[in-house]
Design a protein around this ligand. Sequence first.
Ligand SMILES: [Zn+2]
Ligand SMILES: [Zn+2]
Length: 211
Amino acid sequence: MSLDYQIFPSGLLGTNSALVWCTRTREGVLIDPAGEPEEILDIALGYGVAIRGIALTHAHFDHAAAVPELKEITSADLYVHPLDLPLWEGMEGQCRHFGMPVFRLPDPDFMLEEGGVIEVGKEKLSVMHFPGHSPGSCGFLACDANLLFCGDVAFAHGVGRTDLWGGSEASLRTSLARLRTLPDTIEVIPGHGEFFRPSHAGRSGGTLQDV
Ligand SMILES: [Zn+2]
Ligand SMILES: [Zn+2]
């Protein structure tokens, strides 16, 4: 295995952002970068990693706030699921709705799809479509590292809300059921808060109000 990673809280809502990279090529992909772009670049620099891609588990503002500046500086490829394009394109409206600093996203470069992969140097992340919290919510599975980045589908103490744009309770239930079928050797990294095991997904707590 030559995949390494660093998870760090970022942005105004403490989003679990991550840098995953190939230890052979030192090329990396950022997942949901939301905080200060300079701090995120420092993390990459500290590990000697060149940022080649930026992938969003879903296109809510609290998972994307650092994207415009990071794209500008690194020219990394941007990945999002096509069903979240309305959210991507409506970023300014999302920010205004929640009273957050307003930003726009540059055009994405690649569309994510169920069963697709995101190249990370010589390694890869597998894409799982987990709709419900948003129509295009995705999980990124690093099989060799036993790690799943699941976005806001489920948390250690509850499930993702479905009352935001395009949310669906029925879809969320299906996605949760699918998540629970993954082996418990996998550590699940949600969009916010503590990590958990797949069998625990949505088993305790209610619906959380994290965006
Ligand atoms: Zn979130
Ligand atoms: Zn969200």
